[in-house]
Design a protein around this ligand. Structure first.
Ligand code: PHE
Ligand code: ZN
Length: 877
C-alpha cells in the first residue's frame, strides 16, 4: 500500500489521555490500556467507527465506556469498532486487554528483549506492536504508565516523565508508576525494565532549578558512560544559552541498549541509545567516536523541543524534526570547539559525508525531496536526505536570516506551536513572519528532489575592462523548463589582491564576503573598470547543498588556491584537483605537489586540517561524475593515486610521523586529537608507500599505544592490505577484547573490508559468518560484517564471478525474516546498480534472482526490491 502526503486527513478522534498497566513477562506480556477519546472538533466528518492499529498482538478483551463490546472486526492489523447509536459523539473511553510476546519479537520494534532487558522502540509505528491505539503522530496524549514485573529480574522499571509511585506486590513482583505531564504522540512512548546501574548527577539550570540527570547501563559498562553524562549536561546548558530552551522535566534519563537498529531514540525524558553510541573510554573509543557521541547525545536531547514539544503532523514531515535537530547537533558540536580552525574541519567532515552519501541518494532511484510525497514503508525514509540535506536546508534559512532573526523565528515557532503536531510549512512560516523575509520561493526546497547544479561562466574583457559572472541553476531530475527555480543563498567573494581603487558596484564590494540570493534560472553580475580578473570564491563554507559546475584546469585551480581564504573552499579546491587528476588519469602536477607539500609541513596550520587534505575523494563521490562506471576500475584508479601520493611524500610522512609522536600521555584535547589524526595519516600513507618496509612501525604502535585510537589506526592498514604479519595482530586483538562487543564489531568489520586475496574471497566472509561470535540478530554485529562487506569492500562485493552479489542477496533475505528494517538498509546497496557498467549490472541481476522471486518479504524490503527491479527493467536487462 502506498501512502501519499496529499491524502492527509485530520483524525476523527483525539485522545486526551492513555493509562497503561503493563505486566512485563518476556514470554507473554499483558497490557491493559485505557484511552480517553473525544471527537476531533476540527474533523469534518462524523465517524461511525473508530479504527485502532495493532500488529502482532492478541486481543483479550474490549470495553467501550465500561461495557463489553462485540461489534468489532480485527483484520489486517486494524481493529474497527462500530459506534452503537451515538456513542462516539461525546467523549468516550476504550479499554483493551491484549498480549504481546517480547522474546519472540526480533524486529527491534515494539516491546522486545535485549540481553536481560525488556525495552521498547516505537518510532515510527512500533506502539501498535505493544497495544491497540490510533498510532499516528498528530494524536498527542498524556500518559500514565504502571509497570509490573518480577523484582529479582527487573529491579529497575523506567518510563517517560516522573516516577509517582512504587509498590511491592505479592509473588515477588513490584510495580512503578510513571506520569508524563506533557502530551505526546505514541511514537515517543518508552519503557525499560531490567537490572541496570546508574551514573547520575544533579545540575542547576540558569533559573536555579535542580535537575537530575541519569545514564543507565549494565553494571559492567557503567564506567564508560561518564562522557555521555557530561555531554548531556553540556547539551542542556547549550540549548539554554543558544536558543533559550530549558529542560522541562525534573529528571532526564538515558539508557544504553545493546540491540538497537539506529543510533538512538528521543523518547520523552527517557532517551534510549544503541550502547555503542554512548560507551566511551581511552581503551575503547576512537577520537571520532567521541565526536559521534557528543553529537548524538546532543541530538536526542535537542529533540525534546524540536520533535517532542513540537511534533510532526504526519510522517511526511519527518525532516521538520530531523533536519532541524541535525542542524542543532551540528551547531552544538561546532560550538564546543573554541578554535575556528577546528570548527572549519568539522564543517568539512559534515559536508564530505553529505556529498558521498546524500548526493548519491539524490542521484539514484531513491531520490526524494526532504519532504517525500509518498512511501510504502516509512522506515525506509529515515534517509540522509531527510536528515542531512534537511539540516542543510535549515542551515540555509539560518544563512538567509542571520543568527538573530533565526532565533526570533525559533521563538515564534515555539510560541505558536508548543504542544502541537505541525508541518514544515509551519516552521518556515514562523521563520518568515519573525524575520519579515519572504521565504515562499525558498519553500520549494521541501518539494524538490535531486541536487541542484549551479554552473558558472566567467568572462573577462581585458580591453573594455569588464568582468562578468553568469550563474545558471539546473537539476538533473527536472526537465529544465518545468520546475520552478530555487532560492539558493550562495556565500561569495570576489578576490582581487592587487586592487588599486576599492570596487563597489551594485552593492557588491570586492574582497568582502557577501550572500548572493540566487532566485532565477540565470543570474548575471557585471563589473566595469576592472583591469585584472578577480578570483572567484563561491559557495564559501558550503553555504548551499549544491553542485558547482565550474570548468577549471589544474592550473586554474592552483591559481585560485593561491588566493582562496575560505577554509572549506581551500579543502574543496584540493578535492577538485584530485578529482580532475583521478578521472582524467592525469599526473599530479609539479606545482600542485609543491603546494601540497608546503601545506603539509606548515606547522602554523591545524594538524587536523592538514591531515584531511590528504584524503582522496571517496569512491561514492567520484562515481557521481559518471552515468555508468566500472566500480572495480574506479577503486583501482583511486588506489593507484593514493599509492603515488604516499610515495611522493615518503620523507615528509616519516618526518611528520616522528614529529607528531611526542610521547605525551593520552588526553582528549583538540590539539592532541589533531596530532593523532596527522600521525595516523602519516602511518597509513607509509604503509601504502611500502607495506613491507613500514609494517614494523604499525606493529610497534599497535603494541605500545596507550589508547584505542592509535591501536586501531595501526591495525587497520595492516589488515586491509594483508601485511606479512597482520594475522598475529588480529589474533591479539581478538584475544584481548573478546568480551567487549564494540571492539569485536570492529574486528569483524575490518576483516570484512580487507582487500581480497584471491578468487575465493567470499569463503573468507562466510568463515567470519560462521564464527561463534557472529550473530545476525544483533544489528551492530550484523552490520559489522554484512554492511561493511557490501558497502565498503568494493572488490569483493563486485567480483565478476557473482559470489559477492549472491551472498548479499542471501543475507538480505535471511535478515528480512529477523529484522526487516535492517534488511532493507542492507538492500539499499542494490539501488546503486543503475550506475554500474554493463558487465557488473548484468552479473548483479543474474545473481540476485532469489531476491526477485521471493514472494514472502516484508513491506520494508519489498519497497526497495521493487526499485531495484525497476532499474533492471530500465536497463532492459
Ligand atoms: N528519531 C531517531 C533520531 O533521529 C531515529 C530513530 C528512528 C530511531 C526510528 C529509531 C527508530 O534521533
Ligand atoms: Zn533525530
Amino acid at each position: 500500500m502506498t501512502f501519499y502526503r496529499q491524502q492527509y486527513r485530520a483524525p476523527d478522534f483525539l485522545c486526551q489521555k492513555i493509562e497503561l498497566e503493563i505486566n512485563l513477562d518476556k514470554k507473554s506480556t499483558l497490557v491493559r490500556n485505557r484511552m480517553y477519546f473525544y471527537p476531533n472538533p476540527n474533523s469534518t466528518q462524523r465517524a461511525e467507527e473508530i479504527v485502532l492499529n495493532g500488529e502482532d498482538i492478541s486481543l483479550e478483551a474490549l470495553r467501550v465506556n465500561g461495557k463489553i463490546i462485540k461489534s468489532f472486526s480485527l483484520q489486517n492489523n486494524e481493529l474497527r469498532i462500530k459506534s452503537a447509536s451515538k456513542l462516539f459523539l461525546d467523549p468516550f473511553q476504550i479499554e483493551i486487554l491484549s498480549r504481546c510476546h517480547p522474546e519472540q519479537n526480533s524486529s527491534l520494534k515494539g516491546l522486545y528483549v535485549s540481553n536481560n532487558l525488556m525495552v521498547t522502540q516505537c518510532e515510527a509505528e512500533g506502539f501498535r506492536k505493544i497495544t491497540f491505539s490510533i498510532d499516528r503522530p498528530d494524536i498527542m496524549s498524556v500518559f500514565t504508565v504502571k509497570l509490573i514485573a518480577l523484582k529479582k529480574d527487573y529491579p529497575i522499571l523506567l518510563s517517560n516523565g516522573n516516577l509517582i509511585e512504587e509498590e511491592n506486590l505479592a509473588n515477588k513482583m513490584h510495580s512503578a508508576t510513571w506520569h508524563d505531564p506533557f502530551p505526546k504522540p505514541s511514537y515517543l512512548f518508552a519503557l525499560v525494565a531490567g537490572n541496570l546501574a546508574c551514573n547520575e548527577k544533579e545540575i542547576i539550570c540558569s533559573n536555579g532549578e535542580k535537575k537530575l540527570l541519569q545514564v543507565w547501563a549494565d553494571k559492567g559498562n557503567i564506567k564508560k558512560t561518564t562522557f555521555c553524562l557530561d555531554t548531556l549536561e553540556n547539551a542542556i546548558h547549550w540549548d539554554e544559552s543558544r536558543f533559550g530552551l530549558k529542560l522541562d522535566l525534573d529528571r532526564f534519563m538515558i539508557v544504553a541498549v545493546d540491540d538497537f537498529n539506529m543510533g538512538a531514540m528521543e523518547n520523552k525524558g527517557l532517551n534510549i541509545f544503541n550502547s555503542s553510541a554512548i560507551y566511551t573510554d581511552q581503551n575503547l573509543s576512537l577520537d571520532q567516536d567521541y565526536v559521534y557521541t557528543e553529537r548524538i547525545v546532543g541530538h536526542e536531547y535537542f529533540h525534546n523541543w524540536t520533535g517532542n514539544r513540537v511534533s510532526c503532523r504526519d510522517w511526511f514531515q519527518l525532516t521538520l524534526k530531523e533536519g532541524l535537530t541535525v542542524f542543532r547537533d551540528q551547531e552544538f558540536s561546532s560550538d564546543r570547539l573554541s578554535k575556528q580552525s577546528g570548527k572549519d574541519v568539522r564543517r568539512i567532515n559534515f559536508v564530505n559525508s553529505l556529498r558521498s552519501s546524500q548526493f548519491s541518494e539524490d542521484a539514484g532511484p531513491m531520490a526524494h525531496p526532504i519532504r517525500p510525497d509518498s512511501y510504502e514503508a516509512i522506515d525506509n525514509f529515515y534517509t540522509s536526505t531527510v536528515y542531512s540535506k534537511g539540516a542543510e536546508v535549515v542551515r540555509m534559512i539560518h544563512t538567509i536570516l542571520g543568527e538573530d532573526k533565526f532565533k526570533h523565528g525559533m521563538d515564534l515557532y515555539f510560541k505558536r506551536h508548543d504542544g502541537c503536531a505541525v508541518t514544515c510549512d509551519d516552521f518556515v512560516g514562523a521563520m518568515q513572519d519573525a524575520s519579515q523575509i519572504d521565504l515562499s520561493q525558498f519553500m520549494l526546497w521541501y518539494s524538490t528532489p535531486g541536487t541542484p547544479i549551479l554552473s558558472i561562466q566567467e568572462n573577462f574583457d581585458s580591453k573594455k575592462n569588464i568582468y562578468s559572472l553568469t550563474l545558471i541553476q539546473s537539476n538533473k531530475l527536472n526537465h529544465v523548463s518545468k520546475k520552478p527555480d530555487l532560492h539558493i543563498p550562495v556565500k561569495i567573494k570576489f578576490i582581487s589582491p592587487n586592487l588599486k581603487k576599492p570596487v563597489c558596484q551594485n552593492g557588491i564590494s570586492f574582497n568582502k564576503e557577501y550572500i548572493l540570493n540566487i532566485t532565477k534560472k540565470k543570474t548575471k553580475i557585471e563589473f566595469q573598470q576592472i583591469n585584472v580578473k578577480p578570483i572567484l570564491s563561491i559557495n564559501r563554507g558550503f553555504s548551499a547543498p549544491i553542485i558547482i559546475e565550474y570548468e577549471q584546469t589544474q592550473k586554474d585551480l592552483l591559481e585560485q588556491l593561491a588566493y582562496e581564504d575560505d577554509t572549506f573552499n581551500t579543502w574543496d579546491i584540493i578535492q577538485r584537483t584530485y578529482c580532475l587528476i583521478i578521472l582524467n588519469k592525469q599526473k599530479f602536477g609539479k606545482k600542485f605537489l609543491a603546494i601540497l607539500k608546503k601545506i603539509l609541513l606548515r606547522e602554523d596550520l591545524d594538524a587536523g586540517f592538514r591531515s584531511t587534505l590528504f584524503n582522496l575523494p571517496a569512491e561514492s563521490f567520484l562515481a557521481q561524475k559518471f552515468d555508468e562506471y566500472d566500480p572495480e576500475a574506479l577503486l583501482k584508479n583511486i588506489h593507484f593515486y593514493k599509492k603515488q601520493l604516499a610515495q611522493l611524500f615518503e620523507l615528509e610522512w616519516l618526518k611528520l610521523f616522528d614529529a607528531m609522536n611526542d610521547g605525551k600521555k593520552y588526553d582528549l584535547t583538540p590539539d592532541q586529537i589533531n596530532r593523532r589524526a596527522l600521525k595516523n595519516k602519516c602511518l597509513d600513507m607509509l604503509l601504502w608507500c611500502d607495506i613491507d618496509q613500514y609494517e614494523h612501525l604499525a606493529i610497534k604502535q599497535y603494541f605500545s599505544a596507550d589508547n584505542m585510537n592509535d591501536r586501531w589506526f595501526a591495525l587497520c592498514p595492516l589488515v586491509l592490505q594483508s601485511s606479512k604479519n597482520f594475522e598475529g595482530v588480529l589474533d591479539d586483538f581478538y584475544h584481548q577484547y573478546k568480551n567487549i562487543d564494540m571492539l569485536i564489531d570492529k574486528w569483524f568489520s575490518v576483516q570484512a573490508t580487507q582487500l581480497p586475496k584471491g578468487p575465493d574471497y567470499i569463503d573468507q566472509i562466510k568463515k567470519l559468518q560462521a564464527h561463534p561470535d557472529f550473530n545476525i540478530k544483533n544489528p551492530n554485529r550484523a552490520n559489522s560484517l554484512l554492511s561493511s562487506f557490501s558497502y565498503i569492500n568494493t572488490f569483493a562485493f563486485h567480483n565478476l564471478n557473482g559470489s559477492g552479489y549472491q551472498f548479499w542477496a542471501k543475507s538480505v533475505l535471511t535478515l528480512d525474516k529477523i529484522n526487516p528494517q535492517g534488511a532493507s538498509f542492507l538492500a539499499k546497496r542494490g539501488l546503486d546498480s543503475g550506475h554500474w557498467d554493463k558487465l557488473h549490472k548484468q552479473c548483479f541481476y543474474n545473481h540476485i534472482d532469489e531476491l526477485f522471486k521471493n514472494k514472502n518479504m516484508s513491506k520494508n524490503l519489498l519497497e526497495i526490491v521493487r526499485l531495484i527491479q525497476n532499474i533492471k527493467r530500465k536497463n532492459s536487462l
